[in-house]
Ligand binder design. Sequence first.
Ligand SMILES: Nc1nc2c(ncn2[C@@H]2O[C@H](COP(=O)(O)OP(=O)(O)OP(=O)(O)O)[C@@H](O)[C@H]2O)c(=O)[nH]1
Length: 754
Amino acid sequence: MSKMRVYEYAKKHHVSSKVIITKLEELGFNVKSHMSIIADNAMSQLDRKLNGGSTASAQKVTEKPNKSKAEGPVNQTKIKEKSKNETTTTTRRNDRNTKPVKAKPEETNANRRTSSGANTNEHNRFDSGTNNRGGRRNNNRNGNNNGRNRRNRRKGGMQQTNRQRLEIKLPEKITLSGSLTVGQFAEKLGRPSTDIIKKLMALGVMATKNQDLDKDTIELLASDYGVAVEEEVIIDEASFEDEGLGIDEKTAVVRPPVVTIMGHVDHGKTTLLDSIRHTKVTAGEAGGITQHIGAYQVVHNGKKITFLDTPGHAAFTTMRARGAEITDITVLVVAADDGVMPQTIEAIHHARAAKVPIIVAVNKIDKPNANPDHVMQELSEQGLIPEDWGGDTIFVKISAKKGTGIDDLLEMILLVAEVEEFKANPDKQARGAVIEAELDKGRGPVATLLVQNGSLHIGDPIVVGNTYGRVRAMVNDVGRRVKKAVPSTPVEITGLNNVPQAGDQFVVFEDEKKARQIGEIRAERALITERKETTSKVSLDDLFEKIKEGEMKEINLVIKADVQGSVEALSGALKKIDVDGVKVNIIHAGAGGISESDIILASASNAIIIGFNVRPDNHAQKVAEEEKVDIRLYRVIYDAIDEMEAAMKGMLDPEFKEKVIGQLEVRTTFKVSRIGTIAGCYVTDGLISRDAGIRLVRNGVVIYEGHVDTLKRFKDDAKEVKAGFECGVTLENFNDIKEGDTMEAYVMEEVQPK
Ligand SMILES: Nc1nc2c(ncn2[C@@H]2O[C@H](COP(=O)(O)OP(=O)(O)OP(=O)(O)O)[C@@H](O)[C@H]2O)c(=O)[nH]1
C-alpha cells in the first residue's frame, strides 16, 4: 500500500480532510494536520471503518460500477481498478454458485485458455469475446445448452475473424510519443478500432475511438498482439545541454587537459598562473602575452595544457552552476608559510563536488618560515594524503615567485591527464562552453570559448547560450588570428548577435538558418523561464515530492555554523538521517557566515544550505534568491535535524514560514541606566515594526534572537520605521548591542499548503 497523506486519502474518498482526521482520531490515531501521512495500520482500519468491512476499492466498485465510462484518458490505474471491479463481480456470482474463482484477471484468462483448450496464443490473451464467455460458462455450466450452442456459434465466427485478421500482417513494432487515441493506436496496428475497444472492454474499460490511451495501456495492449512499443525519440535540438558533448569513444583521440587553479586568498594563485604563462608561452609569439582571453595554453615536453586564467573557485563554480563542466584537473595552491585555510577547504569541497582530481601545489617554499610538511599533515586530515605517505594525492613543492618546481607541476598535470585519458573527436562539429564574454565597443559581442569537442572553424554557424551567429573572427590566447580551434583550445570569437554568459554552452550547426532558428527558440524560452521564475533547484518544502518521485537518492547539503564544534555536531547528526534509503550528502561544511561562494556551490550542486547561528550577508541573500537556493536557518541543532527528517518523510509542517521584512544597521549605542542599551539604527532595507522578531548579527553570526522591546522615532513611540529612516531600538532582555551590528526584522507568515 502506498503512503498517503490525509488530504490525499480524503480526496480519494470524496470527503473532507476533517472527516478523515475525525475518523482517525476515533480510531485512536493522533493526527497533526491534513498533511500528515497515514500509517499503514491506520489506513487499513480506516478503510474498514469507511467501508463497513469491505475494502475501499470494493466499496467504490459497488457504488459506482460504471465509472470507467467517465471521460478522460484510459490508464493502467483505471484498468487495475476495473480488473478489481470485474473480479469483485465475478467473485460475488461465484459466491452464489459456491465456486470461488481466482482474483487476478490474468489467472481468469489462463483458466479460460486452458478450458477452451485451443487458444494458447498470447496475442489473444485479453480477447473480450472469450473472456466474457468465460464468465458466462461458469453461470451456464448447470446444463444450459442454449448458452453452449450460442457459444459454439460465436466461437466459429470468431475463429473465422481471427483467420481473416491473421492475413493482415501486424507490424513488428510501433512508435509513440506520449499518448495515442484508440483510433490512432488501431491504425498503427492495422486493426479496426472495434478490436481495440473490445480488448479494453475485456479489461473492464469502456472506451470510444477518440479516447486517449496512456503509454502503459498502449504497451499492455500492444504486447497482447506481440507488437513492441518504442518511444519516439524527439530530439529537441534547442535543448542541446541535455545531449552532452557527444564524444564518440571509438574515434576519440587524446586532447589537452583543462586546468583550474584554486586556493586561499594570497596563497599565490595569480603568481602561479603568471609564472606558468611567462615561462611557457613561447616568446616571440605575435601579440606576445599581452592578450588576456580568460584561458591560455602552454606546451610542456611537446604536450599542451590549457589553463583557465581566472583563479578562484567563484569562477569555477559559477561555470558549474550554469551547467558547464570544463575543468579536468584542479591545482590546489597552499602557501607553505600559512597552511590550510578556510578557502583551501572550500576549494577541496568544490573540486570534490565536481568530481575533479586535485593536484596540490605547496607554494612559497622559498620563504624562510615555509613548512611544507605541516601543509601535508593538514591536508591529510582533509583526506588528501600525499603519495609519499601512502596516499594517492600528488603534492608538488613550488615557488611561484621564483619559478621553482613549475616544470614538476606541469609534469604531474600531464601525468594525471595521461591516467585520466581526456579525449575528444576533432573531426566533429564543435561544442563547448563560454569562459568569458563582453560587449566590445568596436567589435560587438566578444566571447571566449573553450572547445570541448569537435573543431571550431571560421564561418561556422553557431548557437552560444541564448545567442547565435556565425564565427566571424577567431583569435587565440596569444592574440593570433586562427582559422580552426581543436578540442581544449580557448579562442575569442566575434560574430554573435548578443553577449552570452560565462558557463553557457555552445554548439555549431550545419547552416546559419538553423542556428538562427535554434538561437531564437532558446532566447524565447529563456525569457519565458525568467518570467515564470521556474526552478529545478531542490528546496526543503518539495524534498519529499522529489524523493517520492524517485528523483532524489541523495540530498546535498552545505552546512554553515558559528563555530567548528557546531559544524561537526550538525554534520554528524544530519549524516545519520536515513529515510527511505535517501542519503544525506554534505558537500561542504564550515564555520562562519553564509557567503556568496556557499550559495554558488549550493546552486551548482543542487544543495540546500543549513545555517546554524549564522546568517547570509545581504549580497549572499540576493544571490540565493537569484539562484533559487533554499537557505534554512536554525538556532537549535535538533530543530535542524528534526526539520530535515520531517521534510524527508513528507511531514514538514508547512503552516508558518519566516519572512524577513527589514534590515537595520546599528550606527551608535546609548546606555541608559533604567532602560539598558538603546541602539541608534538606520533602516537600510524594508522596514522594522514594533511587533517584529529581531535577529542581531555580528560578523555573520547571530548574537541574539528575540523581539523588539521599544521602537522610537526621535522621542515618540513608532509602530514601524521604513527604509531610509533612523530609529531607536531596544531589545527584549538584551543589552550587548554594538556599533556595526546589523539587525534583521522578520515576521512569521502563514503558508497555505500546496
Ligand atoms: N615568497 C613568495 N611569495 C609569493 C609566492 N607566490 C606568491 N607570492 C606572493 O604572495 C602574494 C599573493 O600572491 P597572489 O598570486 O596575488 O595570490 P592569490 O592567491 O592570487 O591571491 P588572491 O587573488 O587575492 O586570491 C603576492 O605578494 C605574491 O608576490 C612564492 O612562491 N614565494
